[in-house]
Design a protein around this ligand. Structure first.
Ligand SMILES: *[C@@H]1O[C@H](CO)[C@@H](O)[C@H](O)[C@H]1NC(C)=O
Ligand SMILES: *[C@@H]1O[C@H](CO)[C@@H](O)[C@H](O)[C@H]1NC(C)=O
Ligand SMILES: *[C@@H]1O[C@H](CO)[C@@H](O)[C@H](O)[C@H]1NC(C)=O
Ligand SMILES: *[C@@H]1O[C@H](CO)[C@@H](O)[C@H](O)[C@H]1NC(C)=O
Ligand SMILES: *[C@@H]1O[C@H](CO)[C@@H](O)[C@H](O)[C@H]1NC(C)=O
Ligand SMILES: *[C@@H]1O[C@H](CO)[C@@H](O)[C@H](O)[C@H]1NC(C)=O
Ligand SMILES: *[C@@H]1O[C@H](CO)[C@@H](O)[C@H](O)[C@H]1NC(C)=O
Ligand SMILES: *[C@@H]1O[C@H](CO)[C@@H](O)[C@H](O)[C@H]1NC(C)=O
Ligand SMILES: *[C@@H]1O[C@H](CO)[C@@H](O)[C@H](O)[C@H]1NC(C)=O
Ligand SMILES: *[C@@H]1O[C@H](CO)[C@@H](O)[C@H](O)[C@H]1NC(C)=O
Length: 383
């Protein structure tokens, strides 16, 4: 008994330590800015970028775009008219630790040269590894990309590579340390690129830090489904730690009842998802996490049980969400994407024994990319 209490104490001290370390280790860079400030939405302090890079030119976006922006980091940017490859060095990082890296781009006609139908294409590299193509076709549209990586040194290098289709630029860079148990698929030899903005089904607002201690961003989506929610806490799991507020809402098929009266109104929940295939990625390797947690307490004879298909292929069978407990289903291998299509169909279908329709709380989709040069010399500064 005593021993167990001791362990619990040690564990909670360790958790506290990890928690406070997280915030201290947040790197929040507002590219092109020259002052530090506190972001109103998140209370996070953003720093100027001059201590992370020494090339490039600072710009403010054009004043005609200022009223449209929702995020302070989009007001300024750094542009790279010179050099094929310009790199930010994000530090401090801890070697072998997993990090979330986020980069945003808001053009806002900063150079005053915007012409209708102008398009920008340049590449983002994680050190020497291709991360993704930045595709900007709208001066007033913010673009946000995210990766989950293992740091190979005590810094992380993010590079913008000119491919002759417009001058590369960047609005912000963020680096968030993750607890070591999170996103175990990511290793020193491969990393995740977030394919689709994280989906909070049934949610009513954007969730990020401080509700998500790792500052992942969850976007609400409800469309035409039936919304169900709870005010009670949902226990999260150790591999993903999805925030409570995200798990507290879920969707059922259209025309379902949101009361706990057992019924299978419509046994099928269809969710269509869309994200553009990066033309530079020859063969994407998509991985998904589906987060299930029942938010309706079923009667004793009630059963929620369903199979999940992704593009018609079985993804998970006989899923039985537990009440107020998140049990994620994660791809163990890349899921099928026939014909390389940009459109995906997620179908949840009740089994014969089910008494209530299928339910889903949240979705994450990643493309797993290779780390080609784990052996690169650190002194090259190329990581
Ligand atoms: C920040 O908060 C404002 C006001 O609450 C909101 O309109 C805006 O969408 C938020 N921005 C982001 C990026 O969440
Ligand atoms: C951007 O705007 C701020 C405030 O108006 C100004 O102080 C700064 O000099 C501008 N920066 C550039 C690069 O023009
Ligand atoms: C860039 O995005 C536009 C608009 O979403 C799309 O039509 C175009 O095919 C994309 N280009 C590339 C090279 O990905
Ligand atoms: C059920 O739906 C009704 C009407 O749409 C709504 O007012 C109520 O809050 C919902 N109940 C729950 C538990 O979500
Ligand atoms: C949910 O958890 C939070 C943090 O652990 C706690 O403060 C809150 O009281 C809990 N709410 C309920 C309804 O149990
Ligand atoms: C939902 O109910 C409406 C009205 O009863 C009906 O017109 C519609 O076809 C139903 N949708 C589905 C998918 O069953
Ligand atoms: C769900 O999608 C499948 C496959 O596209 C289709 O056969 C089915 O009719 C759809 N069901 C509903 C309720 O939309
Ligand atoms: C893929 O292409 C084949 C042949 O054109 C077609 O029969 C099939 O429906 C397509 N699959 C998807 C998911 O679009
Ligand atoms: C339905 O439940 C019965 C009784 O528990 C079980 O024998 C049967 O295998 C179940 N059917 C399916 C399709 O799971
Ligand atoms: C590392 O640097 C050494 C000396 O410069 C060189 O011999 C070696 O080939 C390099 N290794 C790699 C993997 O580039």
């Amino acid at each position: 008994m005593k021993k167990r209490c001791f362990h619990l104490l040690v564990l909670s001290i360790a958790l506290l330590a990890v928690h406070s370390q997280n915030l201290g280790d947040y790197v929040s860079v507002d590219c092109g800015n020259s002052i530090s400030y506190t972001d109103k939405n998140t209370s996070l302090v953003f720093s100027p970028d001059d201590k992370y890079i020494d090339t490039g030119v600072n710009y403010n976006i054009s004043s005609s775009y200022v009223s449209q922006i929702v995020q302070g980091t989009y007001l300024t940017l750094r542009s790279f008219p010179v050099g094929n490859r310009n790199c930010y060095t994000l530090k401090p990082a801890m070697q072998n630790r997993r990090y979330l890296i986020r980069a945003t781009f808001f053009y806002g006609n900063y150079d005053g040269k915007y012409a209708t139908n102008d398009k920008f294409l340049f590449d983002l590299h994680m050190g020497v590894n291709f991360w993704r193509t930045v595709n900007i076709s709208d001066a007033s549209q913010a673009v946000e990309y995210e990766a989950i990586i293992v740091a190979l040194a005590d810094f992380v290098s993010v590079c913008l590579v000119n491919k002759g289709s417009g001058t590369p630029f960047i609005s912000s860079l963020e680096m968030r340390p993750l607890k070591s148990s999170l996103y175990p698929t990511v290793t020193a030899s491969s990393f995740f690129d977030l394919s689709l903005r994280r989906v909070d089904l049934g949610g009513s607002k954007i969730t990020r830090y401080p509700d998500d201690p790792y500052d992942r961003i969850w976007y609400p989506r409800c469309n035409m489904w039936t919304l169900v929610k709870t005010k009670l806490n949902v226990t999260t799991d150790g591999f993903y730690e999805v925030p409570n507020v995200v798990l507290q809402t879920a969707i059922l098929p259209i025309n379902s009842t949101n009361s706990t009266v057992p019924q299978v109104a419509d046994p099928t929940l269809n969710i269509s998802l869309y994200w553009p295939v990066d033309p530079s990625v020859q063969k994407p390797s998509y991985y998904a996490n589906l987060h299930f947690a029942d938010v309706q307490q079923l009667p004793p004879n009630g059963l929620r049980e369903f199979n999940v298909f992704w593009n018609g292929y079985l993804f998970a069978d006989k899923v039985r969400p537990s009440y107020l407990l998140n049990e994620p289903y994660s791809s163990q291998s890349p899921f099928q994407n026939p014909n390389g299509s940009d459109s995906h169909m997620l179908t949840l279908t009740s089994t014969q024994n089910a008494t209530v329709p299928p339910l889903l709380n949240a979705i994450e989709v990643f493309n797993l990319l290779p780390v080609k040069t784990a052996m690169t010399n650190l002194s090259d500064g190329m990581l």
